[in-house]
Design a protein around this ligand. Structure first.
Ligand SMILES: NC(=O)c1ccc[n+]([C@@H]2O[C@H](COP(=O)([O-])OP(=O)(O)OC[C@H]3O[C@@H](n4cnc5c(N)ncnc54)[C@H](O)[C@@H]3O)[C@@H](O)[C@H]2O)c1
Length: 424
């Protein structure tokens, strides 16, 4: 990487900036909570002078978060949290119009992906911001000289939080992290409605399939799975759920879905979406049983949910069928289609979550950074939930922006709910 790139970032084409600017401004209109925080940040400068390295999907919503942090006084650098999720025009605009160094190119190879994370780390962050914990992993394993400067970090997604909690448990986490994903105003909405809608959007943009009447298999009925199943049902698919948790399987049954093991679902499914945060949930034994024309995709964080190496090995040949669709010709003549190389389909072939939902996720990010600035010294090397007052404040602001009022407890009700002696 050249010295100039170190200062400005590494983007596909700076000439795309004007398109990116319009896209960022469009998203901003759908992000009233973040706008409110931004106004407050401009006035109060709570992040004055703090160096932040943010490893996030480089989308128009992320741009609005980066601008908010910058306007709060932070010195921000951005890099991609996935090789295929970058919006090149947004990356260009962040560099050109907002002077935020950005290291992200859609379709970058693995070496470039990690070079970009390392470039963001060269910023010597005091606060890290992650989506999947790749930046923290590199910092804590390969760039340990940087740890002394770090006061805290935030993590956006379920898989990242799982990784970081495992680190905290075995004592390898070296600074406090706020699990933004744990906030109710994040996972209730982003994981469910955001992933639900945008996963379907990604599938449709990649394939243009008619979902009505298809057997649509949702692998994992967690926050994301619930959303994907709900939206596929709304489009007329016959939704089948596979699970390993009896409680979640039961919930899926009572929500009106068929539940069966993957060994059975593999035989009947037309389209499969993995959202487990686990690895190898669709594997060789399942590819064996799939119908000719079966379509596979993933909306979980990493591209390990579908055993792609096994699929590559079993297939006689592979060719692109259309953008973001690879056709695998199996030895027995069947064809299996893999979307977006098994990476998050909502970000590879579509634009990720709608801005209106990222409004709340990124409001949590911004307020969590502010919280870290004030409180990191009192925190241990653990993963913390977003403080409840922040969660409630975000819900209140979002409702206000929608013009929706809610009731308040009367003093009598407050007393009734807080007292053990009532009702006798
Ligand atoms: N696409 C996106 O934009 C997006 C957004 C948010 C989260 N995510 C990612 O999606 C994944 C799921 O997140 P979540 O919040 O729904 O997690 P979650 O923990 O709520 O749900 C995961 C579910 O998968 C089930 N599961 C695990 N292994 C399984 C297996 N072998 N077969 C069937 N089910 C299995 C679990 O029992 C659980 O119910 C994570 O990797 C997360 O980081 C993606």
């Amino acid at each position: 990487m050249t010295t100039a790139q170190k200062l400005t970032g590494d983007v596909k084409d700076i000439g795309l900036a004007e398109r990116g600017k319009r896209k960022i401004e469009w998203a901003n209109q759908q992000m009233p909570v973040l706008q409110t925080i931004r106004k407050q940040f401009i006035k109060e400068q709570p992040l004055k002078g703090v160096r932040i390295s943010a490893c996030l999907h480089v989308t128009s919503e992320t741009a609005n978060l980066a601008i908010t942090l910058r306007d709060g006084g932070a010195d921000v650098v951005v890099c991609a949290s996935n090789p295929l999720s970058t919006q090149d025009e947004v990356a260009a605009c962040l560099v050109k119009d907002y002077s935020i160094p950005t290291f992200a190119i859609k379709g970058e190879d693995n070496a470039t992906y990690y070079a970009h994370i390392n470039a963001a780390l060269d910023h010597k962050p005091q606060i890290t911001m992650d989506d999947g914990a790749d930046l923290v992993m590199i910092l804590l394993t390969k760039r340990t000289d940087l740890v002394a400067d770090v006061i805290g970090g935030t993590e956006e997604t379920t898989t990242g939080v799982v990784r970081l909690r495992a680190m905290a448990k075995d004592g390898t986490l070296r600074y406090p992290i706020i699990a933004v994903n744990d906030a109710m105003t994040k996972h209730f909405f982003d994981n469910r409605y955001g992933t639900g809608q945008s996963t379907i959007d990604g599938i449709l943009r990649a394939t243009n399939l008619l979902l009505a009447g298809l057997k649509f298999v949702v692998v994992g009925y967690g926050w994301c799975g619930r959303g994907v199943a709900m939206r596929a049902k709304g489009l007329g698919s016959d939704v089948i759920v596979t699970e390993i948790s009896p409680v979640r399987a039961l919930e899926a049954v009572m929500d009106g879905f068929r539940v069966m093991p993957m060994s059975q679902a593999a035989e009947v499914g037309d389209i499969f979406v993995t959202v487990t945060g686990n690895k190898g949930v669709i594997s060789a034994e399942h590819f064996e049983k799939m119908k000719d024309g079966a379509v596979l995709c993933n909306s979980g964080h990493f591209n390990v949910e579908i055993d792609i190496p096994a699929l590559e090995k079993m297939a006689g040949s592979k060719r692109p069928a259309r953008p973001f669709v690879d056709e695998y010709a199996m030895g027995d003549g069947r064809k299996i289609y893999l979307l977006g190389e098994g990476r998050l389909i909502n970000l590879t072939s579509a634009e990720g979550h709608p801005a209106a939902v990222m409004d709340m996720s990124f409001a949590n990010q911004a307020l969590s950074v502010e919280y870290l600035m004030k409180n990191a010294a009192q925190l241990e090397r653990q993963v913390y939930s977003v403080p409840e007052p922040i969660d409630r404040q975000i819900a209140r602001l979002k409702l206000e922006s929608m013009g929706i009022l809610v009731d308040r407890l009367t003093p009598e009700q407050e007393q009734y709910l807080s007292s053990w002696s009532e009702g006798t």
